[in-house]
Structure formats: structure tokens, C-alpha cells
Design a protein around this ligand. Sequence first.
Ligand SMILES: [Zn+2]
Length: 331
Amino acid sequence: MHRKHMIPALERYKELERQFPDMLELSVEGTVGTPGDQFPVYSFRLGRKFTNTAEGHCPTLLLCAGVHGLEAIGVKVLLSFVEHILAQSKWNSSIHSLLHSIKIVGLPLLNPTGYFHLTRANSRGVDLMRNAPVESHEAIPFLGGHRFSSSLPYYRGKRGLEPESEILIRQVESALETSPFVLSVDFHSGFGFEDSLWTPYAKTTKEPPHMQFFSELKRLLDSTLPHHVYTFERQSNAYCTHGDLWDFLYDRQFQSPRFGNLLPLTLELGSWTWVRKSPLSFRGLWNLFNPVHPHRESRVLRRHLPLLMFLSAVVQNNKSVFRRFERASVG
Ligand SMILES: [Zn+2]
């Protein structure tokens, strides 16, 4: 690979793997891009030394960032959480007990081509979050996806799944095959003034089958972190789209009795405040999706650690948290 393809966030993961060989394991899930411009897509697993005890049917927290290449801040928020866990693993026994009882896995940067070239889409101009074979029957705005041309934003691709989409699907399905309970967080930025936690669906304004689970999660979040900053709502309250990969994965769980419960969340970091506070933001598209000033970036990186620790604890305690509810099913 050409030297110009060094991506600092991924280099930092490799450095952490060298520093914490018992705790962090990276794997290459595939190579994406064009023949002269290729990038590996990595997955990670935390708590490697606990593999023997945590393997098999233990609940999973699955974290994914960089689906939209331009939204670099999400990649950094996920990396800061990984660093937070690793630093504590040296001295905090409650982190050991967490990693004994749950798996924390993820994709640190699903769309490295877009990240490197500062584009939302992948190398073929496809918006991965519009790429799934899911049709919405709602009135869809232009940002909801189209098949006209890869030179326009929100392009869904002609037909079929992009390699990055296939990697995400494999990652989630392999978690669902070995876990009775998977909670996922996909990190994005750009939409709105506030940070939002979105539950399914993007394709419809109808309730997802796990609505009771999501309502309980919101109730717990409100009582556990009473001053939290999140608007917890269905994605369709913001807008509907075709082709949402999480809609596709969410519905797939009901097609196989082998799969456990999947609760997918999208953390959408509202960037419009950064734009309003920093006229610099209008200098480039990148700045519309990422904080420009270092102090603002630091604030964003520390802001979401309590949420991610809370969600880890929910995964660890999922049986007692959701014990009143039946396994959700469709129809
Ligand atoms: Zn996004």
C-alpha cells in the first residue's frame, strides 16, 4: 500500500494493539477502493485475554464508525471510547468483569476510501447508508436516496451491495449468531443542532417490533444520566430513507431463529451548532460535519464516554433490564 494511505486513526488502533496485545485484537475484514487506491477495512475486538470465558453465548456491544467518510468525528469518538476502556483495563477490575461477561466488537472505519478522500460516499460514489435492498413507502426527500447518478449525493448504487455494506452485514450477523443480545451503535455526524440517538426505522414511521425495549432503554438513560444531552427518538422523526443498512439488518434478525435480539442505535452528532459557532465551517464541506477547533473536538470526544459506558452496562445487564419483555417478533 502506498504511504499516502496512512490514516492516523487506524495507525492509532495498530499502536494500541501493540501496547495492549492481551486486550485489543484487530482483523482485516476486506479490502475496498479501486485497484490503484485500496484500503483495508478493520474490525476490532476488546478483551482478547477474556476470550475463553466470554466466548460463546454472551451479549455483545457492537460499535461502527466511518460509514460516511466525511464524518470523521464519529471515528474519533469511537476511538476515544476504545482508549478509555484500554486505559482502565490496567487498573480497574470492574472493566475486567465487564469484559468477562460481554463482547465489545466493532468496525473502527467502515469507509476508509471516503474518509481519506473526504467524501461521504465510497469509491464508487455510493452512499452506504442508502445501499441496502430496502424500499421506503413514505414520502422520501432527495437525501433519502436515488439511483440516478453517482455524481449526485445520496446515490444508492445500481443494484446489489457494496463491499463495505457486505462487511458490516457479516460483522453484525456473526455477532447475532453467537449472542442472545446485540446492541449496536453507529456513529454519524451532521444532522441537527442536538445529539440524537435514533432507533429504527428509517424506512417507515411505524414502530419497530422492539419498541418496548427501546422505551425501557430511554427510561433507563433518563434516570441513570439525568443531565444527558441526547434526543432519543425514532429516526423517522428526523427523516425517512430508502436503503438503510440498519433497517435491513434489523429486519433480518426476525428471519432466522438462530439470531438473538438486535437493538440498533444511531448516534447522530448534531454539527449545526459547530457551524453556527464557527464561520470557518463554511470554508469546506468537511467542516460542516466535524468540529473545526481543537477545544471543541476535545469536548465532543469526552462528551459521549458516559453514554457508551451506560450502554456497556445495559448489555451486561440485559437480562434483568429487559426481563419483562418477550423476544420481539414481526407480524
Ligand atoms: Zn452519516
